[in-house]
Ligand binder design. Sequence first.
Ligand SMILES: [Zn+2]
Length: 116
Amino acid sequence: MTFHCRDSRTLGVRRRLQPVSESAWRFECPGCKWSHVIDDSWEFNGDLEHPTFSPSYLAWNDPNPNALPEYDPDGRYRNGFRCHSFIREGRIEFLSDCTHELAGQTVDLPEVGDGL
Ligand SMILES: [Zn+2]
């Protein structure tokens, strides 16, 4: 999932975080294929190109066996999911307790565009 944005390329900026407010940023998660939002309750190095956050980021959903198949085609809500990572210097290190296929792997955080 890569976003190309003419403006950010002109500026030579390869952002991996998209600001959603003055103190929160969105990133594209290559593990669960969703966007996550992280804010300044984490310790952040302030670098949108090579962000580092600490401590770890955890997103999860408890299983909901009643989730409708139309609403939940990939079964993530019915089975629950967990996405747990460290973001360091523009890379995302997925911990082994993730429920997606990148568990235990480290990959580059995808670049994001500036707007919608
Ligand atoms: Zn994720």
